[in-house]
Design a protein around this ligand. Structure first.
Ligand code: NAD
Length: 474
């Protein structure tokens, strides 16, 4: 069997979730642009029915109690592991990310890992006053129905980030995957539903209109949204109607600062993957790199060497670790930003033009040197395989540059740990990594500031975010 043929396991999963022949909407393989399958096109009426079912199922799910929910969640993680290779192959085709590297197999592995951690994380009631006269406790109850809306870059993992804590706390979930990557997410949900009681977790495949209805529906009590800042603003507006609680993980434009005295060779690999994980289509990727002028040329050269040696191509080939852009819209953004950088005097160190020999949506790793703040490649979120590298001579200026945009998801400082920690404290972002960029952990809270949104995911804070506090006083 060739690498590219669907395995029987993939066919079984796809057939469970896709629309019948002649119906639905074609979903293309991101690398080959051949038809992968047909996404069901569900309507606002279908969504309303799904929310009604989730609402009816919620009290029973909550009443099961923590131990039974934990056991069922552990079984969903086992079910994902049992189907891991087929899920990774579907994800690789639909999203474009290779099987190997920090990509499709890694993403599926993270899904079961996050489920297990959310299942085993404990959120105990707290005694807030106990002074002999008053005894008051803070408890966390289920919110009700959680509406989850996700993007196309890490579609399965981000869905799990929304689903896992929600189920753990006794909520039911209606999830709308991105219209670009519905099949991988629906396939994962169908695997989880081999174990879960009916209607506890429902996937609804629809467009932006369905997303808008999910965010504004009167029976949705909490919205977990990951996507662009523009859509995030619309969701805030609709929450004025249903008063849904919100967690908003929005866009970013993470800065990295390399301090003087840092060894370029020692950090180059981690810088590269901080920027180019998932071929740059990652919310908390390194998107602007500020390097001290004393080591600027060497950092650029080290990154270029790695870029040229890192294989890009069809994700089903075991050799590749970089893939295509997922969709034409994002490809066009990347292309525009590179052309604009060239027109504004940016120096293309490597890459710099599409790679049609690899396929329609392939763009090589592109390093743009000698650019400054104020150019589009620096100021806009590229969400693709381009990195602007900006020279600085005073750390104060680099900190000011990092903080000048109205987003703040992540950031990083590279160099001596003590020096780097001092600089880190002055960066306006939800996370600052020292000598790495973008790593997430199921017990370490993650979220943005400024235009990157609000609310925390993961760990105990993540459980609180999908719960309502209740005081028992007396
Ligand atoms: P997007 O905002 O275009 O779409 C995200 C989801 O919102 C899709 O499912 C879409 O159908 C839905 N949607 C669109 N309009 C809607 C509306 N009016 N109401 C409700 N839902 C609506 O984002 P995208 O292009 O899929 O994702 C890329 C963006 O997501 C980037 O900016 C990236 O930085 C961000 N992102 C952030 C994180 C994070 O954790 N902060 C993670 C991944 C991606």
């Amino acid at each position: 069997m060739s690498d590219s043929a669907l395995t029987s396991e993939e066919t079984v999963l796809l057939d469970r979730v896709q629309a019948p022949a002649g119906e639905g909407r074609e979903i293309l393989d991101a690398a080959t642009r051949e038809v992968l399958g047909r996404a069901p096109v569900q309507t606002v009426a279908d969504l309303d029915a799904a929310i009604a079912r989730a609402k009816a199922a919620q009290p029973g799910w909550e009443a099961l109690g923590h131990d039974k929910r934990i056991a069922l969640m552990m079984q969903t993680a086992d079910a994902i592991d049992a189907n891991a290779e087929a899920l990774a192959r579907i994800l690789s085709r639909e999203q474009g990310k290779p099987l190997n590297g920090p990509n499709a197999r890694f993403e599926v592995g993270a899904c079961s890992a996050w489920l297990r951690t959310a299942a085993s994380t404990v959120l105990e009631p707290q005694v807030v006053v106990d002074d002999g006269e008053t005894h008051a406790e803070l408890h966390y109850r289920a919110v009700g129905v959680v509406g989850a809306i996700g993007p196309w870059n890490w579609p399965m993992m981000i869905a799990i980030w929304q689903i896992a804590p929600s189920l753990r706390m006794g909520n039911t979930v209606v999830l709308k995957p991105s219209e670009y990557t519905p099949l991988s997410v629906l396939a994962m949900i169908s695997v989880m539903n081999e174990v879960l009681p009916a209607d506890v977790l429902i996937g609804v495949s629809g467009d932006r209109e369905v997303g808008a209805r999910l965010a504004s529906h009167p029976d949705v009590d909490k919205v977990m949204f990951t996507g662009s800042t523009a859509t995030g603003r619309k969701i805030i507006e609709s929450s004025a109607g249903n008063l849904a609680r919100l967690t908003l993980e929005l866009g970013g434009n993470d800065a990295g600062i390399v301090l003087p005295g840092t060894d370029p060779a020692a950090i180059a690999q981690d810088l590269f993957w901080g920027a180019f994980i998932n071929t740059g289509q990652t919310c908390a990727a390194l998107k602007r790199l500020y390097v001290h002028d004393s080591i600027y040329d060497e950092v650029v050269e080290q990154l270029a060497k790695i870029a040229e040696a890192t294989p890009m191509g069809n994700g089903l080939s075991e050799d590749n670790v970089l893939g295509p852009l997922q969709n034409k819209q994002q490809f066009d953004i990347v292309n525009r930003l590179v052309e604009d950088a060239k027109a504004h005097g940016g120096r293309i160190v490597t890459g710099g033009a599409p790679a049609p020999e690899l396929g329609e949506l392939f763009y090589p790793i592109t390093l743009v040197a000698d650019v400054a703040d104020g150019t589009a490649i620096v100021d806009e979120e590229q969400f693709g395989p381009i990195l602007p590298i900006i020279k600085y001579s005073d750390v104060e200026d680099a900190v000011a540059s990092a903080n000048r945009l109205n987003v703040g998801l992540g950031g990083s400082v590279w160099g001596d740990r003590d020096e780097a920690r001092k600089v880190a404290a002055r960066i306006q972002s939800g996370t600052v990594w020292i000598n790495s960029h973008g790593g997430v952990h199921p017990m370490i809270p993650f979220g943005g500031v400024k235009g990157s949104g609000y609310g925390l995911e993961f760990g105990v804070e993540g459980l609180k975010a999908v719960a309502v506090p209740q005081i028992i006083n007396g």
